[in-house]
Design a protein around this ligand. Structure first.
Ligand SMILES: *[C@@H]1O[C@H](CO)[C@@H](O)[C@H](O)[C@H]1NC(C)=O
Ligand SMILES: *[C@@H]1O[C@H](CO)[C@@H](O)[C@H](O)[C@H]1NC(C)=O
Ligand SMILES: *[C@@H]1O[C@H](CO)[C@@H](O)[C@H](O)[C@H]1NC(C)=O
Ligand SMILES: *[C@@H]1O[C@H](CO)[C@@H](O)[C@H](O)[C@H]1NC(C)=O
Ligand SMILES: *[C@@H]1O[C@H](CO)[C@@H](O)[C@H](O)[C@H]1NC(C)=O
Length: 672
């Protein structure tokens, strides 16, 4: 017993020192944004590592010579190519992917962004198989010879055999560069030395396609079902200008829509400033202004309602809008009791990639309905009235930009409507659906309440545009034309809102809307829709913001009182710390593709979006010194020799045991 304690102590110290050795061998790197696997009904896209992670010697790729070097067929080791954005092209990735010796890629981004004029990992024709292009219509809405997103490199549209990670952490980048310089240079005689290597783990469980992967996830004989993939989806957010229950009269609706989501090649890095945020903020401001105007107006003058909708999951074949369009056709949007049909929609107005860039184009599908013409004329008059110099261009044709409107046109091609966009033939956005679609891309600078806004700034444009749009809508739904301006106030709110949606979620407006911004784990903005069932932070925040912008203040001393006050209406309620009780008509609808709702629907049909995201267990990048191949060979040879020698010795000893140990006689059980 006395002996036991020191032995235990000894074991503990031994384990500890082993752990320390382990820590010294591996350096955990701050590179937590991998490219992941997503699947549609017939294919998979993205990157995965092998089950146990991919190992490769670091090679920093600065130019084509380095690409040639690392992909050279005579290499005996495996390599991970570390590079900056200027080398991160489709052609280079393809060469690396084709090489047997390249096991991973690390994209590095230093604080000061390298000068790259465009980077869009998206398709040149985003959502080219959905909306009007989906079966049964299968129309060509994007001209392949002159696509909407011409500079796109389409790397998101492919399957890569290796993990691809992103790091913007300066310390990580220096660690990688230092280790490479110290151990891997000069490049000759690498075989004689231990080399600096990376191990990248990002094994994706989902493979083949959504159909296969969902079937595997839910097989009946699977006792402990693993989820290999989950459908993409979240919530659409909507608010009617006139609460649904209040005035049963207005049975016509103008829908004003924008998208809530964006995406990018790397997980959790989808800022979507121009892809989504600018239009989203314009919609928020417009709804706020219009709802105030409607409230102050004489009820009898309101002939139509306006429904503001933010669609979610639009980056993936219009998940949110295809569901709303489907529900409308089934008579269950927003609720079965009082559904809105497509016949009740008098006009569809979509805001898409709005930007303070000279002109705005309104895209019309095939024919311009007189309702659209009237709306545009009203808009022009309102803009003139406010001295808002916007150059409105018209584009009519069989092609249609990527837009939620397409989901509605797919089953009702005559639906009057149009898409307001900052572009006419090609996206102005050269960083569409990428991690660089941020404040720098839209040239936004927060004024922080200083009130000093340059006339051509984004906040000024957004404020002007939403004011004109709100007054236009008001004129269109009511008999009385009205104009006027709350512009200075609106510019201030536009600035605060853009700061939230373009710069950081830890912003004044979200705090004012009643959200504890300090509780946000990171201030990084991510508009990626994610999987169904996990509520996105940005969805929650947008809901609150909309309640804050459109809600009506009522008297209440406690949250209970606030709740009870509005029980007999269908308003939703929000109660903040500073004793404000808000009644608002904001509500949400499920943004899950009809493909996952319709029983017996085959995901390969392609009528509805069939996107799923693969699940995974570990996302991890480590750096370590890999012993030189010669050394490893030596260890192997010595190990083998020792083993062979011991086997021979044992055999020999066993054979000569009698003589060696001089047994007097055999001991048997009977003798004892
Ligand atoms: C999946 O994507 C591929 C390539 O983008 C496309 O050809 C195919 O039609 C899509 N499948 C479905 C079911 O949407
Ligand atoms: C390519 O980059 C390497 C360093 O990574 C440098 O030594 C070499 O001179 C460069 N080659 C060319 C052609 O620029
Ligand atoms: C990358 O390599 C894998 C496996 O060799 C292949 O299936 C895939 O098509 C390649 N990707 C590209 C974009 O060439
Ligand atoms: C905005 O101004 C306040 C004080 O006026 C300051 O504390 C805050 O750091 C500023 N925010 C930004 C993002 O500049
Ligand atoms: C919100 O929508 C749901 C159905 O999606 C409905 O049951 C609920 O009553 C709505 N709430 C309000 C306040 O309109």
């Amino acid at each position: 017993m006395k002996l036991l304690l020191p032995i235990i102590c000894h074991i503990v110290t031994l384990t500890e020192s082993t752990l320390n050795v382990h820590n010294k061998m591996y350096t955990q790197l701050d590179a937590t944004s991998p490219c992941i696997v997503r699947l549609n009904g017939s294919q998979s896209f993205g990157c995965t590592s092998s089950r146990n992670g991919n190992v490769g010697v670091i090679h920093i790729v600065h130019n084509d010579t380095d690409v040639l070097w690392v992909t050279n067929a005579t290499r005996t080791d495996n390599y991970i190519a570390a590079m900056f954005l200027d080398m991160f092209s489709f052609e280079n990735l393809k060469k690396l992917n084709d090489s047997e010796h390249v096991t991973g890629v690390l994209l590095m981004q230093k604080r000061i962004r390298s000068k790259v004029s465009n980077f869009s990992p998206e398709d040149k024709c985003p959502n080219r198989y959905s909306g009007l292009a989906a079966p049964p219509r299968e129309e060509t809405v994007c001209d392949a010879t002159s696509p909407w997103n011409p500079t796109a490199n389409e790397i998101s549209m492919h399957k890569w055999k290796m993990p691809i990670f992103f790091s913007a952490d300066n310390r990580t980048i220096s660690q990688v560069e230092d280790c490479f310089r110290k151990h891997n240079l000069p490049l000759d005689n690498q075989a004689d030395r231990p080399l600096c290597a990376l191990k990248m783990s990002a094994h994706m469980f989902g493979s083949v396609d959504s159909t296969t992967c969902i079937r595997r996830s839910s097989t009946a004989y699977n006792i402990n079902p693993i989820r290999y993939c989950d459908p993409l989806g979240d919530e659409n957010i909507y608010v009617p200008a006139v609460p649904f229950d209040r005035y049963k009269k207005p049975k016509k609706y103008v829908i004003v829509a924008a998208r809530l989501d964006s995406t990018s090649f790397f997980y959790s890095l989808a800022p979507g400033a121009l892809s989504a945020a600018t239009s989203l903020v314009t919609l928020l401001l417009t709804s706020s202004l219009l709802i105030k105007l409607v409230r102050e107006a004489d009820v009898n003058t309101i002939q139509q309602n306006v429904l503001f909708i933010l669609f979610n999951g639009e980056a993936y074949d219009y998940i949110g809008s295809s569901r709303v369009a489907y529900d409308m056709d089934k008579g269950q949007f927003p609720f079965k009791e009082d559904p809105i049909t497509k016949e009740q929609v008098s006009l569809f107005v979509e805001l898409s990639q709005l930007w303070n860039n000279q002109s705005v184009t309104y895209h019309v599908y095939k024919n311009e309905d007189p309702i659209v013409t009237k709306f545009i004329n009203t808009f022009r008059n309102q803009a003139n009235h406010m001295n808002f110099a916007v150059d409105l261009k018209q584009k009519i044709g069989n092609v249609m930009p990527p837009a939620s409107f397409q989901s509605f046109l797919a089953t009702k091609p005559t639906l009057p409507g149009f898409v307001f966009a900052s572009y006419d033939q090609h996206f102005q956005n050269r960083f569409y659906h990428s991690l660089y679609d941020d404040s720098m891309n839209v040239g936004y600078e927060y004024t922080n309440g200083s009130g000093i806004v340059s006339p051509n700034s984004l906040q000024k444009f957004v404020a002007n545009f939403s004011t004109v749009l709100a007054y236009t809508l008001f004129e269109v739904i009511g008999s009385a034309a009205k104009s006027g301006s709350r512009l200075p106030e609106v510019v201030g709110i536009a600035d605060e809102l853009l700061h939230c949606y373009v710069d950081t979620m830890k912003c004044r407006f979200f705090a004012d809307a009643g959200f504890d911004v300090n509780s946000l784990p990171s201030s990084k903005l991510d508009l990626y829709v994610g999987v169904m069932g996990i509520r996105n932070q940005i969805t929650t925040l947008t809901k609150l913001t909309l309640v804050h912008l459109t809600g009506r203040k009522t008297e209440a001393k406690s949250s209970e009182e606030c709740l009870s006050k509005v029980q007999n209406t269908t308003y939703t309620v929000w109660f903040t710390d500073n004793s404000v009780c808000l009644e608002s008509a904001v509500n949400v609808s499920e943004a899950l593709s009809p493909a996952f709702v319709i029983p017996e629907y085959k995901l390969s049909e392609g009528v509805y979006p069939s996107w799923t995201e693969s699940s995974w267990q570990t996302i991890d990048v480590r750096m370590f010194l890999k012993p030189s191949p010669k050394y490893e060979w030596l260890v192997f040879v010595i190990g083998n020799s020792v083993m062979i020698a011991s086997i021979l010795t044992v055999f020999w000893i066993k054979h000569h045991a009698r003589e060696l140990f001089n047994y007097p006689h055999l001991i048997t059980a009977a003798n004892i």
